[in-house]
Ligand binder design. Sequence first.
Ligand SMILES: Nc1nc2c(ncn2[C@@H]2O[C@H](COP(=O)(O)OP(=O)(O)OP(=O)(O)O)[C@@H](O)[C@H]2O)c(=O)[nH]1
Length: 804
Amino acid sequence: MTKAQKEEKARNERKLQQMLAAGIKVGGLAEEGDEAGEEKKKEKKPKVEKKRGGAMQKKLEEERALAEAAERARVQAEAAAKEQAEKERIAREKAEKAAAEKAAAAKAAADDDIDEDWEAAAASDKEDVQDSWDAESDEEGGKKTELPSRPKQKGGESESEEEDSEEESSDDEEATAAQLAEEKRKREAAERREKAHQAALAARSKDNLRSPICCILGHVDTGKTKLLDKIRQTNVQEGEAGGITQQIGATYFPADAIRQKTAVVNQDGKFELKVPGLLIIDTPGHESFSNLRSRGSSLCNIAILVVDIMHGLEPQTIESMNLLKSRKTPFVVALNKIDRLYGWKKIDNNGFQDSLALQSKAVQNEFKNRLEQTKLAFAEQGFNSELFYENKNMSKYVSLIPTSAHTGEGIPDMLKLIAHLTQERMVGSLMYLSEVEATVLEVKAIEGFGMTIDVILSNGILREGDRIMLCGVEGVIKTNIRALLTPAPLKELRVKSQYVHNKEVKAALGVKISAPGLEGAIAGSRLVVVGPDDDEDDLEEEVEADLASLFSRVEKSGRGVSVQASTLGSLEALLDFLKDCKIPVANVGIGPVYKRDVMQCGVMLEKSPDFAVMLCFDVKVDKEAQQYAEDNGIKIFTADIIYHLFDNFTKHQAEQLEKKKEESKMLAVFPCVLSPVAVFNKTSPIVIGVDVVEGALRINTPIAAIKQNPTTGLKEIIHIGRVTSIEREHKQIPICKKGQPSVAVKIEMGSHQPTYGRQLEEKDMLYSSITRASINCLKEFYRADMTNDDWQLIIKLKPMFDIA
Ligand SMILES: Nc1nc2c(ncn2[C@@H]2O[C@H](COP(=O)(O)OP(=O)(O)OP(=O)(O)O)[C@@H](O)[C@H]2O)c(=O)[nH]1
């Protein structure tokens, strides 16, 4: 023990005696002796007032001793709590690890059974668990799927180090204490959240399902909108008996409405509806589907892929299929426009099977043919498909439901199948979860409300006043819900009271949120609610991670195109697509294109001009940005369909190649060997008759003779100029190939052209004068024009021209 420590100990003992004398209980201190002395070093040193007489002094000392004792007790209690928390943490981690191993083993076993399914195979490699129906086949329907644990709290490891330092100033001690307290608070917040998360998971029940969320996708003009209208309208026309409600961005079909609508195909009453309703997203297409995402997977439980039976699979259908596959979203196919089969006799809103049975043989045959063609086209894309009522294995075969958005036929079948598939095969993801799960579908300015966000709430409850977080272009937006708005019932719409204010709303539904500071909110962003126990910084990191992960997908080399999309979801889809097409991306952005975005893209003009291109999906381009792009030769492509961007880009690349080819015309030298047969003009210009003995002679080819210097004996390359004309029988021809009849060629050179009879002799063989650069140019632009023999000749000529 050092001298200072001894003195300190003696001081402590004196104080202890004083306190004991004053009747103060000092738990543990007396017994702990030296340890307590050590502990003391961490404590704040109380400030000492100057002596003001004996009694006063004594009182002060008593007070100080009292404060010290209280402080010591607090420190000890904290240490004990810390130790306990640590013990709990270790125990919990152990339990979690064991549970994870068990779940992985169970999953592996389950996967064995279903590995052949495309969806299951896709699902098996996902990190974030979002049930697709195949991950839960009938047998395992009730099995709970654990949602991922929230990120663990960092920090908290450094405490012991701080305990060692002896000579810390009181400021430092205060800072350390504050730091420790902060870490502790964070850790506790994370623990509470994790506990709440697990409790929410545990509270889920098969008897408490929420409504599935359904999206509609497909190629342009297949009838997506019309189909949506028809689904809505048929019910709405029958009055609002079924209670269908128009929501923000979605239409809600309660169970009654579905029952009513599917009655025609459920006459035996065997089909029992278990889901409370169905939420169909109103805006058809890629974008809304892409936006419904959470941690990389989809919030949309099931999708309807619309295919025009008269057209079969079209580019966007395939794009949609791939999107659905990548998000592991089960789907059914509406084989739409069956009423266009020649001679179709309609029965409005009928079940498909019944309607088909009433058609003539010719119509039935045409239907069969088109169905087979469609199945074949699906098979070519790697999907098994089957007519829905012949589909014995929904996990392995996609169901095709013939529909007509005009007559309503097949729509009852479609609704029934969607309800069936979701309630039987997706129980895991449909069990109502009290935690909020929501995504921003659209960002809109609304008169009287300012900037608002349309949100699809797929789980949990949102309340007025809730503190929320979401991605914004300038960073995470943190705000409080000012109003939760849903549309006024249809009847009242005409009265112009557009929205109803709600104190709270429960999943699943679409709702408009008005809140301060929503400018720059990004559609497709996750929306999280900050609970009273949550740590805002942690949640902020979580929300930001979505954006960061997309922004981190740029090329490390810094060479690539710039992309700009309207929403997080569409940006993700676009990046996925470009990755598949092997188009590198150097910059990404969300929202309208401004000059600064174009300037950033312009950096590529120097690095790699081919990539000085902006691919913009569903975004506006600012005028100034457009002007800047035009002035500086930066291409901006905008499109509402992803593959159009690809087409534009590939077309642009082809044009660029052609341009470069044109520019490189003088550089490219095709190989040839010429044997002169006559000299018509000795020089300026040289005009000779030649036979092409190897390769092919073209206009513009530079020509050289290779001779040996008679005095030095060294090799000499004598450049004699470029071929400016090739003639046979007084006719100009552009090319003379090996073995063709002799031609007369004119070879010109600016000045000092060698002369036949002096530097040149008629017997000298002539060669196309190749260089390293000319070979590279052939490789880059003229591969298609070069034959194997040409390349062989190049190899032969290289040493003659001293090319390595
Ligand atoms: N005969 C017939 N025509 C249909 C059917 N469904 C849609 N159409 C017609 O096809 C055209 C396109 O329909 P939309 O509903 O606008 O198609 P969409 O897929 O929403 O098109 P986009 O929004 O442009 O992608 C319209 O003229 C519809 O009337 C159908 O079942 N039968």
